[in-house]
Design a protein. Sequence first.
Length: 504
Amino acid sequence: MSASHTPAGAPAPDPRRWKALTVIATAQLMVVLDATVVNIALPHAQADLNISDGSRQWVITAYSLAFGGLLLLGGRIGDLWGRKRAFVVGLVGFALASALGGAAVNLGMLLASRALQGVFGALLAPAALSLLTVAFTEARERAKAFGIFGAIAAAGGAVGLLLGGVLTEYINWRWCMYVNIVFAVVAAAGATVYISDRGDQRNRDRLDVVGTLLATFGLVALVYGFARAEQDGWGSGLTIGMFVAAVVLLAAFALVESRVKTPLLPLRVITDRNRGGAYLSIGLAMIGMFGQFLFLTYFLQLNKGYSPVMCGIAFLPLVVCLVIGSTQIGTRLVNRVPARFLMGPGFLLAAIGMLLLTRLEVDSSFATHVLPSEILLGLGMGTASMPGMSLATSRIRPQDAGVASAMVNVSQQVGGSIGTALLNTVAASATSSWIAARAFSGSVPEAAAQQAAVHGYAVAFGWGTAIMALASLIAFVLVNGGGRSRADSSGEAAQQVEVPVIAH
């Protein structure tokens, strides 16, 4: 086993790095919980602003399109400008956009707010992870830092459900937007004091304009395709057209990146076996996790009659287990065993937790059916997410840290978009089939409608189980590192996480 140490010739660690981690974690929590906190607030915002059922999904889609489409550009801007500057600008912009949303008097203002949140989130999220990547290079410290960051990234959605429920039920849906201002002000103030940014770690190459346009429109088409699939079905002309456009644009992007001198996304970032395996397995796991949040929320509120606050409280065991898995299991073991022996079993444990949810019935209790699943999902995802996020940014040039970090966010965002669209479609189809098979005359009785809905959730959880198991298989097969520091293809020393290489 290799000893844990700071690489020879590397600059001394910043003494403020742990305080900087607190600042970065606060910003990351704001970005992650924003997705679910708005979901809780949406029904109340819809009633307050007289938003039609057909238009309400744009409150979610406006954010996901801007965020998903601009992530690679946001990561590259951080490498070019400096990550601290990108981080602070992202925080300030996110706060102003949230203030606009909280003060919205019509749908147009709310949509503009959500789109601007996505724009500044795409600048902020890669900067946060890349600041962490370049600040913590010593193996044990890096493990602890990524354990904390990974726990927040994985648990933020559940925290958003709880916070959104409290704010919506006891104050007003608008505070689901205003609360971001508190997070942003605290993080921006801390960033000015505790975060430093070395000029020699910037990538000052000229921006790849063609690659930027291809990547942005390709990712927007991909995310929008999944949004349309959820609403219009997979066979609609617009859905298919978006997917075709995404494939063509992203294929052209890959071709351009392989030929230009200063690519937006150097292909060395994603063609590394370990990083590629980490990106792919994280993206697949997020499909399952988004489905779990979505359908458990439906089950608890619509079928069990939980209030928004009680629904959020019901997710607390999952949050606690995510933190334990990430900070106590993943962090303690990542420098002792290869990453695949944490990621593979972690995703497999999460798949077993998801499998338990396929047994849900209308009268299933929280204690016997939901709680065991939350414990397994939390421990599994927490254990896997810590080494996965660390490995996804390991052995990378400091100048490429922004785009490597952006790729982590891209995999999570695309995974979430797929999970929402795919599993919603699966659940709706299973529900309709269940009702059609019973040939009710006239309207469907309430008890039967509830049973049909829960059957749909269970079928969707089955798909989520298979996808989570596939994430586990990919982690076992593709991931074979960390390892000792070695030079990249250009001969320059690459930064990495110091994980021992044991015979595979």
